[in-house]
Design a protein. Structure first.
Length: 94
């Protein structure tokens, strides 16, 4: 049996990123709940009731797009079984 995420939490300061990922996942028959928040603090408030299986995190929200130990620990404390870190970049950022 394949593992399928049913409750997804998207965390990003970028509205384009949040809404783009939300739209990609919105029609999936496997997803029961899909929430998108602006800040990690909002995610910490929402996570206990959502109990996410998957967190999609925009790593460009971190300084220098670096996933340090403290940031990673904060994400895992939200209770997800899987965390995916993505980002958007343009030519000037690379």
């Amino acid at each position: 049996m394949k593992y399928l995420a049913q409750r997804v939490l998207i965390i990003s300061r970028q509205a384009l990123f949040r809404e783009g990922i939300r739209r990609l996942l919105a029609d999936s028959p496997n997803i029961e709940e899909l929430e998108a928040v602006h800040l990690l603090q909002e995610a910490k408030t929402l996570a206990p009731t959502l109990n996410p299986d998957l967190i999609i995190f925009d790593c460009s929200d971190l300084p220098f797009a670096r996933m340090d130990e403290a940031a990673l620990k904060s994400l895992f404390q939200l209770g997800a079984h899987c965390i995916v870190s993505l980002t958007l970049a343009n030519k000037e950022m690379v």
